[in-house]
Write a protein that binds this ligand. Structure first.
Ligand code: PGA
Length: 243
């Protein structure tokens, strides 16, 4: 069985002492799994979380500069200093709610990789784009600035993608298995042709214990990015173990 990567995206939850009891309770259960399990946590609990699980804690975004007058932002080297080993970037909530553009998401990804962190770059189409049959076009528009920006980079630090249709996040709607396969193949082929890399591509959007076994069985799927179903440790461990 392939070893997949399952990433919990805590979003703006679990930012207090509950993060410690969550991670302490789940830590002994992680050892025997066939998956790598990472946690994308709020900035304020990065250090305390990394003290418990040093190689599996990451952030949810990073600024493209290393420091400067950018009130409310945090840089990739700061995340690294706090104990992060990776960061998400370009999540659709950033794009939809905070006006992040494909160009700025790409710059953030470049900074994350440049700080020796792994980067999970999130892409996905809106419902309108999906309905109009423009999924691949939307993915390409989000990916092209990243591939252009990373020209000449050595990719020492792993670039991972998360395919997350905007309309599937937090909605209990999920694309068909065939649609997931096709979008993952599209991302992998584009990465191969533009940058000659063969990245892992995770699926995200309403992953739960009922639907995950079938999704993770797809050969183009290398794991998952999980929001709501990651907030309860018991539910999350059941999901990770669902085969
Ligand atoms: P969801 O969120 O699992 O709650 O749909 C996924 C995500 O936003 O990464």
């Amino acid at each position: 069985m392939k070893r997949d990567l399952i990433v919990a995206n805590w979003k703006m939850f679990l930012g207090d002492e509950t993060s410690q009891s969550y991670l302490a309770s789940i830590k002994p259960l992680l050892a025997g799994l066939h998956s790598d399990v990472w946690f994308s946590v709020p900035y304020t609990v990065l250090s305390s979380s990394a003290a418990l699980l040093p190689s599996q804690i990451g952030a949810q975004n990073a600024h493209w500069e290393t420091e400067g007058a950018f009130t409310g932002e945090i840089s990739a080297p700061m995340l690294k200093a706090a104990g992060a080993t990776f960061s998400l970037c370009g999540h659709s909530e950033r794009r939809q709610l905070f006006g992040e553009s494909p160009a700025s998401a790409a710059k953030r990804a470049g900074a994350i990789l440049g700080a020796n962190l792994r980067c999970i770059f999130c892409v996905g189409e809106t419902f309108e784009q999906y309905e109009q049959g423009n999924t691949f076009k939307a993915l390409e528009a989000q990916l092209t600035p990243l591939f252009d920006l990373l020209k000449g980079e050595s990719f020492r630090n792993e670039l991972i993608f998360a395919y997350e249709p905007v309309w599937a996040i937090g909605t209990n709607k999920v694309p068909s298995l065939d649609e997931i396969s096709k979008s993952h193949t599209f991302i992998k082929n584009l990465a191969q042709s533009k940058r000659n890399i063969n990245p892992r591509v995770l699926y995200g959007g309403s992953v739960n214990t009922q639907n995950f076994a079938a999704i993770r069985n797809l050969k183009e799927v290398d794991g998952a990015l999980v929001g709501r179903a990651s907030l309860d440790p018991q539910q999350f461990i059941a999901l990770v173990g669902s085969l």
